[in-house]
Ligand binder design. Structure first.
Ligand code: RAM
Length: 529
């Protein structure tokens, strides 16, 4: 069961004015920082570079930028020195004879060098090519200040003159990037991380989170620039251990609470522009993460007002999901409400889905307790049934591994989510994880830091801290080794070209669900010290 575009035109939406007003009351003011490029860089010929994540410093000096006037087909790449999200402007003048033709300019904004090496014209994937951060602009009169209306997510800005005329060239000066975020690094409380590799991973995680924190927790400021529930859950957790911006977390929960189908289904993502709009896309696990995100938020903030307002929505989400559970306690997934788990289609996800339901029910029961739910026993009984079914029908006692019913497939995601759901006790969980590592490490076929996050957290839960740290270093550390300023949406160490969308040029290289080492380090390594 793979996740592709969903078009559900017949969905009827319920907008809860009261909840949405609360969401809107918490829109943050964005903080702005002026950033100037620190150097000019250039491409490295293919036979001289190790991979597409490298550029080299140009001999051109950024301080003399306006001396390098550009004619037809000439270009230069500005390096902001780090990844930022915001708006770009530059002054442009004509140099030479009178300007007898318009300037035709291409601007390309890249989070990582590989976007510059790729030719946009070759893109042939299933997501819109409009996500490629590239503009073609005509300027009839120079000098002028070009201020682009779009917001970009980038470190590099390439200026390519497509044409001037033989009589004159274009000269650029005063490039300015106004970076935006709802939080600032000054809000971080100081942490001491002695291990240098972990410290670097922590810092890049925090930067990733900062750049994704705009007027909502965006999944990726390059793409999809919107609030997805699966991403929100992890961002909010990382936020509690870092910036601790409780208003943004609250706003996002109220946004999902305020926009549901008329039977109470929570969408996988919502848009906030031009007006609040739920997407007609539904993912089984993402709907449940509304419940777990509410649990995390209430546990962290003790905001019982939010519990009061949002509990009925969480309960409805649980009830709808429980309709998919049969009398034996087996989750039966359907095509129109798929479980996501990871972008990879190399493994079967039903057992992981069952575990996510158990994981959610356990947290829901804690919310139910705080809310004085009268039907608590009913949910407890359904939870017990799902746990019993998992132990009896989905656990192979000989292999000490969870399987996929019907095919007996044993995969990483099933073990990891069953451990996170704490279906067994710590000792058994440890055995499950050890067995899993024996058979599946180094991991292959998992495509996202999102799933790797769950593997690392399951290792911590199962008391395999050393292995958890090693995996964090191997995986997120590898991205840093490749030059990451922020962590990427998709990353398969065994396939650097991997993309769920048909081309890495569409991948987001600053992606919310990748920021979780800040949470993992904060929760499992710093607090317990
Ligand atoms: C993509 C985004 C987002 C993720 C969904 C499932 O469109 O990367 O982060 O949550 O897929």
């Amino acid at each position: 069961m793979a996740f592709t575009f969903q078009i559900n035109n017949d969905v009827v939406w319920d907008y809860d004015k009261n909840l949405l007003e609360r969401a809107e009351a918490n829109i943050p003011a964005l903080l702005e920082t002026e950033v100037r490029p620190i150097r000019i860089v250039e491409r490295i010929p293919e036979d001289q570079r190790a991979n597409d994540f490298e550029l080299r410093e140009s001999e051109k000096n950024i301080l003399s930028l306006n001396d390098y006037s550009l004619g037809r087909d000439e270009s230069l790449i500005l390096d902001l020195g780090d990844h930022y999200v915001g708006q770009f402007s530059v002054d442009i003048a004509s140099v030479g004879s009178p300007m007898d033709a318009p300037l035709y300019l291409r601007l390309k904004f890249a989070e990582v060098p590989s976007e510059l090496y790729a030719d946009s014209a070759d893109y042939d994937g299933w997501l819109s090519r409009s996500w490629i951060q590239e503009e073609y602009v005509h300027l009839d009169v120079l000098p002028a200040t070009l201020k682009l209306p779009r917001r970009y997510s980038c470190r590099y800005v390439e200026l390519t003159v497509i044409d001037t005329s033989p009589k004159w060239k274009a000269s650029f000066s005063n490039p300015l990037f106004v970076a935006k975020s709802s939080v600032s690094m000054d809000q971080l409380s100081a942490v001491t991380i002695e291990d240098e590799e972990l410290k670097a991973i922590y810092n890049v995680s925090v930067k990733t989170l900062l750049d994704c924190m705009q007027t909502v927790f965006e999944d990726g400021p390059k793409r999809d620039r919107r609030l997805w529930l699966g991403d929100l859950r992890l961002q909010a957790l990382a936020n509690y251990y870092t910036f601790n911006d409780l208003f943004l977390a609250k706003r996002c929960l109220y946004l999902f609470g305020g926009m549901r189908t008329n039977d109470g289904k929570i969408p996988a993502n919502v848009f906030t522009e031009p007006e609040l709009t739920p997407d007609d896309t539904f993912l089984f696990d993402y709907s449940l993460f509304f419940v777990t995100s509410l649990f995390d938020y209430v546990e962290h903030t003790k905001d019982y007002d939010a519990l009061e307002n949002l509990y009925p929505i969480a309960k409805k989400a649980v009830d709808l999901a429980l309709e998919q559970v049969d009398s034996q306690g087996r989750l039966v997934l359907t095509e129109d409400w798929p479980v996501f788990v990871d972008w990879s289609n190399d493994f079967e996800k039903s057992t992981a889905g069952q575990a996510i339901m158990i994981y959610t029910l356990k947290r829901f029961l804690k919310l139910a307790e705080a809310y004085n739910e009268s039907e608590k026993a009913h949910y407890q009984q359904l939870l017990n049934q799902m746990v019993d079914f998992s132990k009896q029908a989905l656990f192979d006692t000989e292999q000490k591994q969870f399987i996929i019913e019907g095919t007996n497939e044993v995969n990483v995601a099933s073990q990891v989510w069953m451990v996170l759901a704490e279906v067994f006790d710590k000792r058994t969980n440890k055995r499950i994880m050890r067995e899993m590592m024996k058979n599946h490490f180094p991991i292959k076929g998992i495509a996202t830091p999102y799933m790797y996050h769950h593997v690392v957290e399951a290792l911590f839960i199962a008391d395999c801290s050393e292995e958890a740290i090693k995996l964090m270093k191997d995986y997120w550390g590898k991205m840093i080794e490749l030059g990451a300023d922020t962590f990427w949406e998709a990353f398969k160490p065994e396939d650097l070209e991997f993309s769920p969308y048909g081309s890495p040029i569409l991948n987001s290289y600053c992606h919310a669900w990748s920021c979780t080492p800040a949470y993992l380090i904060g929760k499992y390594l710093l607090v317990n010290k």
